[in-house]
Design a protein around this ligand. Sequence first.
Ligand SMILES: [Zn+2]
Length: 306
Amino acid sequence: MTGRRFLGVDLGATNTKMIVLSVPGDGDPAIQSVDSVRTGGEDGHDAALDRLIRVFVAKLDADGPFDGFGMGTPGLFDVDGVVEIFTNLPGQWRGVRLRDRLEAGLGMPVTLINDARAFTLAEGRMGAGRGARVLAAMTLGTGIGGGLMIDGKVFMGSTGIAGEISHQTVLLDGPMCGCGNRGCAEALARSDVMAEMADRSSVEEVFAGLAEGDPACVASVETAAKYLGIAIANVVTFLGPDRIVIGGGIAAAGDAMLDPIRDAVWRHVTLVPERSIDIVRASLGPEAGAIGAALAASEAPALPRR
Ligand SMILES: [Zn+2]
């Protein structure tokens, strides 16, 4: 078996994960190694990017040859790989020619993919979304990402932003969202918003309080689930997915978070039989974004090895 090998990285707010993925011509992709390095956005985007490129080059040299490089990004970029918005990542990233900088530094072509779309691709191919024909996926955390996979391909739409499930308006004139709209599901159900609602310092504390029956924590989870449920119900009604995969830090609470979301979804869906669509927890863990970035690179046109 002569598999192709890809380096996938997930540019995170605090840490950047690196995965070496082998992709055989037949059979399942396999993770060969996992690493994590500090992102360092607080040093400024230029310093962070230069340092990360040195780390990536060292990895390519030490573990090569590689057939491609993919990066999952915490936000949106244009068709030329220029950053439009990176939420939650310290530094002034807007306008940075990310793909050009990476390709010049690494000496090889680079595939960029939004981190939530990378998560969707990974879960759809190798995780909890495997086998679904129409898959909707969400990551719940400090931000709320989303993605769609239809007939085995992540659907990007004409603008590359298709799948932003959590930026649907679910509360008219609701709180301002990082995207500039009011009342998005993200603005009502982010982890910091959940913590604030319950007057706790973190969402983990909210779930601890929920387990003890603390009324403020119960209300926080119910409220977040209510708005997420509206967003997911709209997706169910409009797109007819056969599975919804939910991951990210908040989903680590398991059914304590998923059951209220399931209840909320089925309060708003009437056109398909109740509970007929699986809403399940993601299975690949925090490496899903890097795995998806490597998979995205593996789907780019074949290129010379480096
Ligand atoms: Zn929004």
